[in-house]
Design a protein around this ligand. Sequence first.
Ligand code: FES
Length: 186
Amino acid sequence: MYNKYIFTDITFIMCLCIYIRHRIVSSGSSKQRRGFLISGGCMASGLIASYGTLGWMSAKFLYPLENDMVQWQYVTPISEINLGQAWEYESPSGAKVVVARQSTGVTADCFIALSGTCPHLGCQVHWEGHNERFFCPCHNGVFDPTGQPISGPPAAANQTLTQYRVKVEEKLLFALVPVKSITARG
Ligand code: FES
C-alpha cells in the first residue's frame, strides 16, 4: 500500500520539478525565477522529509535500534575489583557478565567485560586471574582475556565470548549491557 503512495508522490515530485524548470526557463525576471525555485524547493523538501520520517519510524518499529536493547548499567565501584580479579554481574535481561580488571589504572581500558555464558553449551564462565584466562569448567573451554577461544569445544567451533563496552565515571564502573531479552519482545 505504501509503495503505491510513494510511487505516486515520486511521480508528483518529478512532475513538479519539470514544471518548475519550465516556469524558470520561461519566466521573465530573475525575481520570478527565484520565487518558483523557493516554493518548488519547499514543496519537494517537505515531501522528501515526510517520507524520510515515515521510513525512519517504520524501520525503528520493525528493527529496534541498539539503544532500545542495551543501556549503560551501573556495575560496581572500581575499587571493588582488584588487579587480576573479576566481578560477576547480571544485566536486567538476565545476561551474565564477567568484568575483569587487567591493569591497575582507573580508566575504562583497564577493565574488560565479557559474557559469562559459555557459547558452547551455556555453562558459567569464570575469570582465572593467575592464568589470565576465562575458563569454562563444563568441557574445559578456555578463552583469552579478550574472549577469543584458545582450547576446548569453543576453540574447535571458533566461538567467542561476547564483549560489552565499559566506562568509568566518578570511579564507578558501568557496562553497556542488554536490558531486554530478544525473546521477550513478542
Ligand atoms: S559449555 Fe563451556 S566448554 Fe562446553
